[in-house]
Ligand binder design. Structure first.
Ligand SMILES: C[S@@+](CC[C@H](N)C(=O)[O-])C[C@H]1O[C@@H](n2cnc3c(N)ncnc32)[C@H](O)[C@@H]1O
Length: 456
């Protein structure tokens, strides 16, 4: 059995190996334009824009749904899709008198690890998306003393044409990328504190400067149609955009200092947790849902900043749970699924719409395989009597209800977990309802559930 040593002594930094980028040669000759209007807007484009997500229900109960504008726990510094609320996460740990090591195997922007820090518990956050780990690290390091920084020097031997195949070349001219990369090099060579501040500032700046490439679907960003549509900025404009974001991120993180315990952040896979068996006391997490959100596509621009080009190399997309890409069926584990999961697969297989019995069935099977492999791993790494809190959202495939909460409860029970409590919250506008095609089929409102289970 895969049983590597426990990796959580001190703050484990996110994988810097992905922070390299390749540059090849291509020549583009364009005039310099001034800073786009979008760059002057205050908040960064928020994936929750227009999505109603109250922090409390009408009855006053605290909902896990992150409010549309949440500042608590630095959620506004880089709004991460499907993050739950910091206030709720802290409350959940306190309410259930959590003690020992807290794990989130789908840690996203690190709400769980930050909440654990806040209530004084050691924690481990794992995510396969390196963008998520940078944001989680920024939040975990808030309040750390930061080095000052100076504007980077222009690289001496600037071979502009080498930037034409940089992942950022989907939106920027090589001249503009050359300056962004001067900043990137400065940031990744810097020490504690400024590393995550600098990278998140770069994410924000790139997102703002490419706002015009966003469409109505918040998880898709277009690429420039031709070289004339690429964003071209002077060095001065790139510097101002990045410095403005550094100043914002620095101010927010200095204001927010709650470090009271150790956090380890690991770039890893929920299906292969790099943790010892029976080492975890509490799991607080929200897995990706069966809603066709592709986390790599949603963060294409931030991944490009880190040197990851998902259109040239879709490896990361294939690996993420809930991906819209389907892997070879040889890679599926042969789990026998419970009644709720099998029934849903049966309904999808029989649906008369195009591709239901082909692509969509395969994708749903793959999702359930990833989910159950994740629950297997959680069962392995958790101590007996460990507590697990899962935040999950039901959804619809066409007119078929996807009862994710029921599926999780059943699959966990098959692996030795007993249900202690379920809280349900109505989700009035979810991404399913934002998508017109899905709305046409939607029969009822979807619910978000918080499921609490005990091992053994
Ligand atoms: C619903 S989000 C979690 C949001 C988080 N609770 C927060 O507050 O930001 C699910 C996360 O699972 C991550 N993920 C997807 N597949 C994964 C895998 N195989 N291993 C680890 N993490 C994965 C995604 O990158 C995403 O960050």
């Amino acid at each position: 059995m895969y049983d590597p040593p426990l990796l959580w002594l001190g703050l484990v930094h996110c994988d810097r190996q992905t922070n390299s980028y390749n540059a090849e040669r291509r020549k583009v000759d364009r005039p310099t334009s001034s800073l786009p209007k979008a760059a002057l807007q205050e908040p960064i484009p928020n994936l929750f824009d227009g999505v109603e997500a109250p922090g409390r229900t009408r009855g006053g109960a605290l909902s896990p749904k992150r409010p549309a504008i949440e500042k608590a726990g630095l959620a506004d510094v880089f709004p991460y899709y499907a993050g739950f609320s910091f206030e709720w996460a802290c409350n959940q740990l306190i309410k259930w008198e959590a003690s020992g090591i807290v794990l989130d195997p789908w840690n996203g922007s690190g709400t769980t690890t930050l909440a654990a820090q806040h209530v004084g518990l050691p924690s481990i956050g794992i995510d396969r998306n390196p963008v998520a780990n940078v944001v989680a690290r920024l939040r975990a390091e808030a309040g750390t003393r930061q080095e000052g920084f100076r504007r980077p020097r222009r690289a001496k031997s600037r071979k502009i044409e080498t930037y034409a195949s940089d992942p950022l070349a989907a939106w920027f001219t090589p001249e503009t990328i050359a300056r962004i990369r001067d900043w990137y090099r400065l940031i990744i060579r810097s020490d504690q504190g400024f590393y995550s501040v600098g990278l998140v500032a770069l994410f924000r700046a790139v997102r703002t400067l490419t706002k015009d490439f966003e469409g109505s679907n918040p998880t898709w960003v277009k690429r420039a149609k031709d070289s004339a549509s690429l964003v071209q900025l002077s060095d001065q404009d790139v510097d101002s955009a990045i410095e403005r974001e550094i100043s914002f991120v620095t101010t927010r993180t200095v204001e927010h200092a709650t470090r009271t315990s150790t956090t380890a952040l690991i770039n890893g896979d929920s299906g292969r947790l790099p943790l010892m068996s029976e080492s975890i006391d509490v799991v607080l997490t929200s897995p990706p849902y069966l809603t066709r959100i592709d986390y790599a596509v949603a963060y294409t621009r931030e991944l490009a900043v880190l040197g990851v080009d998902i259109s040239a190399d879709p490896t990361l997309r294939y690996e993420l749970m809930g991906t819209t890409l389907t892997r070879s069926s040889d890679s599926l584990n042969s789990h026998s699924l419970g009644h709720a999961a099998s029934q849903m697969l049966g309904q999808i297989a029989q649906h008369d719409s195009k591709a239901s019995s082909g692509y969509y069935l395969k994708q749903a099977r793959q999702y359930l395989d990833d989910l159950t492999t994740g629950i297997d791993e959680l069962s392995r790494v958790c101590k007996s009597e460990a507590t697990m809190h899962l935040v999950v959202q039901d959804s619809f495939y066409k007119d078929i209800h996807v009862p994710l909460a029921g599926i999780c409860i059943e699959e966990a029970a098959m692996r030795g977990w007993r249900l202690l409590h379920t809280d349900r919250f109505e989700v009035r506008r979810s991404l399913t309802s934002v998508n017109k095609a899905a709305r046409a089929y939607k029969k009822g409102e979807v619910e978000e559930s918080v499921i609490t289970l005990r091992r053994g």
